[in-house]
Design a protein. Structure first.
Length: 382
């Protein structure tokens, strides 16, 4: 049972993040190819982050309350594939925004639901989170490189169909996920899940994660466009995205051997963001840009590992999916705000947008530093 659970989860992680490898570097390129201007691109790409802090927490709470994480993941995966198919047929920016918003309602909970499902499996079967999660990152690399090759011979206006195909594969793979059953514990814990929102330690985890992960907003929105304008071809752009994720994969693979406390990992991630975005704001030659991209292992990877470690340490298993939903909601709030703001800043200052992202990373470090003593104590009640 344990091995089958891990194998099927690794496959689903792979397809979810593999489709992200198509979406993240090239969805903005597709929007530009069909004639959407930068302000609309910023608004459209802000939608998923917006649903993370509006509808996502309700979906994760519903799934956990009904003990239906697996079923909810399957439904969301199939509706996501259908939604992206509809998006691909549209060209009007307002219509795109509306249909993409509806699609994002079912798409954005997938990562939080999958992480919640994974952490419940970690507790039940004794797995390490990092080696499970690395399959998602590895699939992202494959997706980004594949799309990087495809973009060189496929008209940019058709890129969305590569993304749709990846979403369809993810939907069918979701059918193989194994049931976890009802968690150990009583209903009192679930009914008091909102107590997390009154816990300063949990709020510090959510805020620090949101600030550091939210600092990627300018990068996710405009990196590919900036690199394309600098003359890099599709494969080079995909390679730059891939380098960062390769650093992330190595980090996840080695995570069981990392001796630092989770709070320290988050602080290192925030400091990495300060350095990375300050350097990215400059006009860098390709060899230096390659080195800077490797800092993704810190800005995303260390922050993700630290967050998962703190949640396992601080949050009861019975409310783990809800905790994931709350963290994703906070991250979405920061990410969506920064995506919209980055559109306006980029239109006027170009790569100067990364200075704002660097400040967010530093703010995340400050939050977790102030809460470090509180987080050193294990939570014993919901």
């Amino acid at each position: 049972m344990a091995r089958k659970f891990a194998q099927r989860l690794a496959m689903f992680y792979g397809t979810v993040f593999g489709s992200g490898g198509f979406y993240l570097p090239f969805f903005s390129v597709w929007l530009k190819a069909i004639g959407i201007d930068p302000v609309w691109i910023g608004a459209i790409l802000a939608v998923p982050s917006t649903t993370r802090f509006t509808t996502l927490p309700f979906i994760t709470a519903f799934a956990e309350r009904r003990h239906a994480l697996r079923q909810t993941m399957i439904v969301c995966a199939f509706l996501t594939a259908i939604g992206f198919g509809l998006v691909g047929m549209l060209r009007d920016p307002l219509a795109l925004l509306l249909i993409f918003a509806i699609t994002a309602v079912v798409w954005t909970p997938l990562a939080a639901l999958t992480d919640g499902y994974a952490l419940k499996g970690v507790v039940r079967f004794g797995f390490s989170y990092g080696p499970l999660r690395l399959w998602g990152s590895a699939a992202f690399v494959v997706g980004a490189l594949t799309c990087g090759v495809v973009v060189n011979w496929l008209d940019g206006q058709h890129l969305v169909w590569v993304i749709v195909a990846a979403m369809v594969v993810s939907a069918f793979v979701s059918l193989g996920l194994q049931p976890l059953g009802a968690p150990l514990g009583d209903g009192t814990v679930l009914s008091r899940a909102t107590a997390l929102l009154r816990d300063p330690g949990f709020l510090a985890i959510a805020a620090a994660t949101a600030l550091i992960q939210g600092s990627h907003a300018g990068y996710y929105t405009f990196a590919s466009i900036t690199w394309q304008a600098a003359g890099y071809d599709g494969l080079t752009i995909a390679g730059l995205w891939t380098l960062g994720v390769l650093a992330e994969i190595v980090l996840f693979a080695l995570s069981p051997r990392i001796p630092w406390a989770p709070a320290t990992l988050i602080m290192l991630g925030g400091l990495g963001a300060l350095i990375r975005w300050t350097l990215t704001a400059q006009t860098l030659p390709l060899p230096i840009l390659v080195g800077v991209q490797l800092l993704h292992g810190a800005t995303y990877g260390l922050t993700q590992l630290g967050t998962m470690g703190l949640l396992l340490h601080h949050v009861p298993q019975h409310v783990m999916a809800r905790a994931q939903g709350y963290v994703a909601a906070c991250t979405g709030l920061v990410m969506s705000s920064m995506a919209v703001l980055s559109g306006a800043i980029y239109a006027r200052y170009g790569e100067g947008v990364y200075y704002v992202m660097a400040a967010l990373g530093l703010a995340g470090v400050c939050v977790i530093w102030r809460a470090r003593h509180r987080l050193a104590h294990r939570r014993t009640s919901p």
